[in-house]
Design a protein around this ligand. Structure first.
Ligand code: NAP
Length: 490
């Protein structure tokens, strides 16, 4: 390891546990194996965390299972208070958490800061929702009995999260699970375990009882999923990650018919019509593309711009991206950090190379900077042919391909020409057009004259191969409950 844990604590201002959290105890795991955590800006190892065996994983399931009856029976107000304290602690530690996230993920500090606030908000929102798990009662049409509908916690929940939002993807699952009365086993991505471990410690400090939240870090995701999905005590899988891995997990979860929520990949189209407010569209496009350095499932992946405004938009957008200060996320003024690892960067580079070979014009960027770290230059590609490969895959980097269109029907049909359906963005001043297009777009979420849709109070999720179920809002809570119907004759 290049740095020590003391170095990490000095840079971030927080001491992070590096063990597995099982039944309220931090442990090194049965065989003491370790996984290195790399700073993408320096390519150096900054920490080591425990590498769980399959037995450790099952120990975590046992702890979650043992804690379940007590937690499910805890008064909703008490569960709410734990989440509320966790929100407050996260806000108090937000600067340190943001710094920690920069070091393991690479994102720029302003992005990390806004993620911590967003992530903490899931605890506050679900503190408020914990006391609002409603049911219903009605008289059967025959008049013979009453139909009583209640909601119960689904049970032991396995949560698997990606590296791109290491705090928010964890809290977006832990918040509703705990509010509903479930206990959890969280497996963070191997690139970014430290933020998840820090969040878990905050939940302990907030008074969440032992065994309610367990965290397992592992170098082998499949070893983990094979163990948990074969265990009949596990009743829920909530996964955020790629569609490819989602498919594998859905198949594996079928054996025990485990309740699944899937937040998968996206390929968001961003439509700019000829009547759009171009300055607002530039702001929205910038946020939709560059939030989190382009490493977001909601990132605008394809820009469809009407030919009447395409020159103006392209030149101004390229100028904005070119002006970005690129560097290590903690450096003063950095606006764009490195990508998370070499694989991600080489995928971005090869998509750009392929698009340029297919006839796209590089307006700015299009290259790997000559420096240490997994950086890629902010890039705008113009005149991308509608069938180019870059339009069919998640770029997950700071690259904006622009396609020109002349008719609304082409724009909508090109936008829908993907197996994904997470989010779409539309810029127009025409209310009728905005709603007509919003209805026609195949996506779980639509931003109209807005480049960000994420909100803890809103149901986040996709259609088609972007997922199953919703996170956030009241819907996010219901994902961790089972409906129980009681026929009563009183
Ligand atoms: P990923 O490769 O699918 O990994 C996501 C998580 O799944 C990680 O914890 C990973 O563990 C784990 N995993 C990988 N293979 C597994 C297996 N066989 N069994 C069990 N777990 C497995 O995705 P990523 O590269 O981390 O994240 C980027 C993807 O997430 C993008 O596609 C993005 O669109 C999507 N995403 C979606 C949303 C949404 O809300 N819809 C939000 C954020 C991100 P390891 O780290 O150990 O490999």
């Amino acid at each position: 390891m290049t740095g020590t844990m003391a170095d990490l604590a000095a840079t971030t201002g927080i001491e992070v546990p590096t063990g597995l959290l099982i039944g309220g105890q931090w442990t090194k795991g049965r065989d003491g194996g370790l996984i290195g955590v790399t700073d993408p800006a320096t390519e150096e190892t900054i920490a080591e965390v425990a590498d769980a065996t399959a037995e450790d994983t099952l120990d975590a399931v046992s702890a979650a299972s043992a804690a379940l009856p007590g937690w499910a029976a805890t008064a909703p107000r008490e569960r709410a208070e734990c989440l509320r304290r966790a929100w407050s602690l996260m806000i108090a530690k937000s600067d340190a958490l943001a710094r920690l996230m920069v070091l393991e993920n690479g994102k720029a500090l302003p992005d990390a800061r806004s993620e911590v606030t967003y992530a903490a908000e899931f605890f506050r929102w679900y503190a408020e929702e914990a006391v609002r798990v409603e049911g219903s009662v009605l008289t059967a049409p025959s008049g013979a009995n009453r139909i009583l509908v209640t909601r119960q916690p689904v049970g032991v929940s396995v949560l698997i999260t990606p590296w791109n939002f290491p705090a928010a993807m964890a809290t977006r699952k832990i918040g509703p699970a705990l509010a509903a009365g479930c206990t959890v086993v969280l497996k963070p991505a191997k690139e970014t375990p430290l933020t998840a471990l820090a969040v878990a410690e905050i939940l302990q400090q907030a008074g969440v009882p032992d065994g309610v939240v367990n965290v397992v870090t592992t170098s082998s995701a499949s070893r983990f999923s094979e163990a948990v999905l074969a265990d009949p005590r596990v009743r829920k899988l909530s996964f955020t990650g790629s569609t490819e891995v989602g498919r594998i997990l859905l198949k594996a979860a079928a054996t025990n018919v485990i309740n699944c929520s899937m937040e998968l990949g996206g390929n968001a189209p961003f439509l700019i019509f000829e009547d759009a407010d171009i300055s607002a569209a530039l702001d929205g496009a910038f946020l939709a593309k560059m939030r989190n350095g382009g490493e977001a499932c909601t990132a605008a992946n394809r820009f469809y711009v009407h030919e009447a405004v395409a020159d103006e938009f392209t030149a101004a957008f390229a100028a904005r991206l070119e002006a970005l200060k690129v560097g290590p996320g903690l450096d003063e003024g950095t606006e764009l950090g490195p990508l998370v690892n070499e694989d991600t960067r080489s995928k971005v580079a090869s998509l750009v190379d392929e698009a340029t070979s297919a006839g796209s014009r590089v307006v700015t960027g299009g290259s790997v900077p000559d420096r240490r770290g997994y950086f890629y230059a902010p890039t705008v590609l113009d005149n991308v042919p509608p069938g180019a490969g870059i339009l069919g895959e998640e770029i997950f980097g700071p690259v904006a391909p622009i396609v020109r269109f002349s008719s609304e029907s082409d724009a909508v049909s090109w936008a829908n020409n993907t197996e994904y359906g997470l989010v779409s963005y539309v810029y127009t001043r025409d209310l009728r057009r905005s709603l007509r297009v919003a209805e026609a777009l195949e996506a779980g979420m639509i931003g109209i004259n807005r480049g960000v849709v994420s909100d803890p109070a809103a149901p986040f999720g996709g259609v088609k191969q972007s997922g199953i179920g919703r996170e956030g809002g009241h819907d996010g809570l219901l994902e961790f409950t089972e409906t129980k119907y009681i026929a009563v004759d009183w």
